[in-house]
Design a protein around this ligand. Structure first.
Ligand code: NAD
Ligand code: WQD
Length: 342
């Protein structure tokens, strides 16, 4: 039987590179499309090394419809996983047009070209950011979305809506939106991982860079929240586990197991972890020190959010498997690999 092929947009990026590895290991062919605006070709080379497969790579901007059309003409894939987007929440407030332009145009092009070429299945990278500050924990897919507090968050909500409406109009197509909680960690091989540009905005890359001596001191944004230890709570999901959720989502659509032609799944562990807990755990499992201090709250932060992942557990047959210890070890191994630390 011919292998199923998946187009992975943004496949040179953090989550896309890990997902490509898992897709190949699950027996799929993959074509990567990326404009390398937030990644490096080295990530594609590492994925080829890990998998032993010479995965085709097209350096194309998904916003360039004509260039993107050529990729659809060149390769026969039935499924697309669309990671390509700009993702920095703070930057999106400063540069809203860049975020609306990139995230909406690239998504419209993906869905539009899929329809034009009769390609069936799409997975969209959504985010727990669509829930805003939830009234009740844990959040299920039925938890109401709150008005977005950043242009980035708005692009995720809008793309979900575009997908819902498009799939209603085109019942021959199928789509799954995966709402990721907080992806962290790196591949067990330490050959691929997160590559933040400039000063990291997210917690774990800031922690690993502080441990490596690149940053002097981690600021813990707030210890006076109404949580057990006063710091914010999140659901940190291992990136390899997250990657496997995409394989499950594609398998569900390819295998005709989906119940509707548009479905949404929370992808998290179901476990809330505070910032202080995470930092302490990182120090403990890796035997390294992370200089840190308590700093004022960061504007726009929500207090607490964690997932109810039971829909994904039951319907996708997917479950987060790696422990927080393993994930935090992998994050440190990756940072050491990047910095040449033994
Ligand atoms: P990333 O920046 O590492 O990967 C995105 C990739 O897309 C990059 O390689 C970038 O070069 C590429 N890209 C961006 N715009 C493009 C375009 N127009 N055409 C072609 N390539 C383009 O980010 P990531 O963390 O891997 O995130 C992947 C997806 O998951 C994004 O859609 C992001 O919004 C979403 N997401 C991420 C997180 C997170 O915390 N990392 C959480 C929830 C959702
Ligand atoms: C986690 C916790 C910070 C840095 C963002 C996006 C969200 C999603 C995931 C894409 C918070 C605290 C952080 C630091 C700290 N991305 N922190 N010191 O804000 O939960 O979510 O990434 O969709 O949309 O908003 O992740 O890693 O920035 O922060 O104390 O130097 O760590 O206050 O409580 P966040 P994060």
């Amino acid at each position: 039987m011919k292998k199923q092929c998946v187009l992975v947009s943004g496949g040179a990026g953090y989550i896309g590179s890990h997902t490509t590895v898992e897709l190949i290991e699950a027996g799929y062919d993959v074509v990567i499309v990326d404009n390398l605006s937030n990644s490096e070709i080295g990530a594609v080379e590492s994925v080829r090394r890990i998998t032993g497969v010479d995965i085709p790579f097209e350096q194309v901007d998904c916003c360039d419809r004509e260039a993107f059309r050529k990729v659809f003409e060149k390769y026969e894939f039935d499924s697309v996983i669309h990671f390509a987007a700009s993702k920095a929440v703070g930057e999106s407030v400063q540069k809203p047009l860049l975020y609306y332009g990139n995230n909406l145009t690239s998504f419209m092009n993906v869905v539009g070209l899929m329809h034009e070429f009769g390609r069936q299945n799409v997975v969209f990278s959504s985010s727990c950011t669509v829930y805003g500050e939830p009234d009740k924990q844990p959040v299920t897919e039925q938890t109401p979305r709150k008005p977005a507090t950043s242009p980035y968050g708005n692009t995720k909500q809008t793309c979900e809506d575009i997908l819902r409406d498009t799939l209603k109009a085109y019942p021959e197509m199928k789509g799954i939106a995966l709402r990721y909680f907080n992806p962290i960690g790196a591949h067990p091989s330490a050959q691929i991982g997160e590559l933040p540009r400039g000063v990291p905005q997210n917690l774990v890359p800031y922690v690993t860079q502080t441990a490596a001596g690149l940053r002097e001191c981690l600021s813990i944004f707030g210890d006076d929240y109404p949580t057990p230890d006063g710091s914010c709570i999140r659901d940190y999901i291992d990136v390899t586990d997250l990657a496997k959720a995409h394989v499950a989502a594609i398998g569900r659509m390819v295998g005709d197991k989906n119940k509707e032609n548009y479905e949404i799944f929370n992808i998290g562990t179901g476990r809330g972890v505070s910032v202080l807990e995470l930092v302490n755990k990182f120090e403990e499992v890796n035997g390294v020190k992370v200089n840190h201090k308590i700093a004022p709250r960061r504007e726009g932060d929500i207090i607490a959010i964690w997932a109810d992942p039971s829909l994904a557990n039951n319907e996708l047959g997917w479950k987060a498997e790696r422990t927080l210890d393993e994930t935090l070890k992998s994050a440190w191994e990756w940072e050491k690999h990047l910095r040449g630390i033994k």
